[in-house]
Design a binder for this molecule. Structure first.
Ligand code: FAD
Ligand code: SF4
Length: 458
């Protein structure tokens, strides 16, 4: 797939990966063997009929291909861009044994982009002709991929769904976390509009647990609830100096850049002044996104500081490669131990080098500090991207809801919780995971909510 050249793209926030041309898409599609027992489908958490849609691409029947995808996936242009396909459908593709799998994600994106280019607005589904009207009102809390998918699937079978979102824009991490150069916000808006076109009402600026409680919603006639409030509470290192100016959680940093459009200063009056030297702690997608944003905001030197080696990095391989091409430096096997400042602002970080010991509970080798290996590095900004936990606000208003030791909602595989009409899924249950796993959870919960409503005579 074509990409913007690294030296150009670090000066803008435009999309890096440019998608397949029709010729490339047809060549890629024709690699697919159309396996009868297609293992790729099992590798896809929402079970798209992959050989089915690829077959339609071979015949240039793109309008039918997108319909096949949308039977299972309401956010294909998003998934085609950010899903870790290398660990899912493509990992299961039989051609991987011979070397390279079919690039299923690129093809999904190709078809979804074709639809966007060729239709003015997502087509409104003729609800009356397609569905059994079940009438009941369902409230969905949180408009990330879990909430959007749950809403779409419920609307498709005829429920009256209202989606409540605390921010002013729907999309969750898709709008406030993942940067424009990986996932253009116009694409998210298009797919959110598709969800609206299914009949879902989206109410933004509503903080469930504060603006409105679940009891209020019950009184308004909502009969079942899905909580997909994500993992938005940042973890910090707990080291000296974390309160200095210039030290951000990745969550705040990325929200300022993406949602508040810091990169479009002065058009948007919310700049982030990163200075010349930026450090980013962490080795996941969030760390790569933060580092690449900092580079585009004008930092001369951006360094990822990660406590293990590259092999253990949880970020997608493609994103690590993109970061390297853009000149991001990597201080591997390194941990910050102290942040030092001047006049209340960060000046440098003290770090220690690690070696790798025995595997820990995550299965990855444990970093062990090497005595006497401390060093200091000058920094104007430090972004902490070491993970996020569940936001406790809504959960603190629901004492009867069982939580796990880490404070996540204790939900079963089918999304049911300790409260009979409350279902949940996505990062609020699993901790930070992936877009498609959150969507899979939203899908399963929608199915369970439907069964729950049908089992009762409201
Ligand atoms: P979220 O997307 O977090 O959405 C939850 C929503 O609930 C938010 O909009 C929030 O504002 C809202 N909310 C919270 N509390 C309330 C309340 N009380 N009332 C109303 N609304 C509320 N995954 C990938 O697969 N590929 C990637 O490349 C990738 N990159 C990532 C990059 C970053 C920077 C981050 C942070 C994550 C990334 N992920 C990626 C992970 C992925 O985005 C998440 O796993 C996914 O978004 C989880 O979906 P969700 O619906 O559970 O929660
Ligand atoms: Fe095509 Fe690979 Fe799926 Fe077989 S496993 S149907 S080759 S994408």
């Amino acid at each position: 797939m074509q990409k913007q050249p690294a030296q150009e793209r670090i000066k803008n926030f435009n999309e890096v990966a440019l998608g397949l041309s029709e010729e490339e898409a047809l060549r890629e599609a024709n690699k697919c063997l159309g396996c009868k027992k297609a293992s790729c489908i099992i590798g896809c958490p929402v079970e798209i009929d992959i050989p089915g849609f690829i077959n339609l691409i071979k015949d240039k029947r793109y309008d039918e291909a997108i319909k096949v995808i949308k039977e299972k996936n309401s956010l294909p242009a998003i998934c085609g861009r950010v899903c870790p396909q290398e660990d899912q459908c493509e990992k299961a593709c039989i051609l991987l044994r011979k070397g390279t799998p079919v690039h299923i994600g690129y093809l999904e994106r190709f078809v979804a982009d074709w639809e966007i280019k060729n239709s003015v607005k997502p087509k409104t589904v003729n609800r009356k002709s397609k569905i059994v009207n079940r009438k009941s009102k369902i409230a969905v809390i949180g408009s990330g991929p879990a909430g959007l998918t749950c809403s779409a699937d419920l609307a498709k079978v005829g429920y009256e769904v209202t989606l409540f979102e605390s921010l002013h824009k729907p999309g969750g991490v898709l709008v406030y976390g993942i940067p424009e150069f990986r996932l253009p916000k116009g694409i998210v808006a298009y797919e959110v509009d598709y969800i609206r076109s299914l009949g879902v009402t989206i109410e933004t600026n509503v903080v469930a647990g504060k603006t409105v409680t679940l009891d209020d919603l019950r009184e308004e006639g909502f009969q079942a609830f899905f909580i997909g409030s994500g993992a938005g509470l940042p973890y910090f290192l707990g080291i000296e100096g974390e309160n200095l100016n210039g030290v951000y959680s990745a969550n705040e940093f990325l929200t300022r850049v993406n949602l508040m459009k810091a990169y479009r200063f002065p058009e948007y009056d919310t700049p982030v002044n990163v200075g010349e030297r930026v450090g980013v702690i962490g080795g996941g997608n969030v760390a790569m996104d933060s580092a690449r944003c900092a580079k585009r905001l004008g930092a001369k030197e951006v360094t990822i500081i990660y406590r293990r080696s590259e092999e253990e990095m949880p970020a997608r391989i493609e994103e690590i490669e993109n970061a390297k091409e853009e000149g991001i430096k990597f201080h591997l096997l390194t941990n910050p131990t102290k942040i030092l400042g001047e006049d209340g602002r960060i000046r440098e970080a003290e770090c220690i080098r690690n070696s790798l010991g025995e595997p820990d509970s995550s299965g990855r080798r444990r970093p062990v500090p090497i005595k006497g290996s401390s060093f200091r590095t000058k920094l104007d900004t430090l972004v902490c991207a070491i993970g996020q936990g569940p936001n406790p606000l809504l959960l603190s208003t629901m004492p009867e809801l069982n939580l796990t030791r880490k404070g996540n909602i204790a939900a079963k595989e089918d999304g049911s919780t300790s409260i009979p009409n409350v279902f949940s899924g996505g990062d609020i249950v699993t901790g930070t995971a992936t877009v498609i796993s959150a969507m899979g959870a939203g899908k399963r919960a929608a199915h369970s909510i439907d069964e729950y409503i049908r089992s009762r005579s409201f």
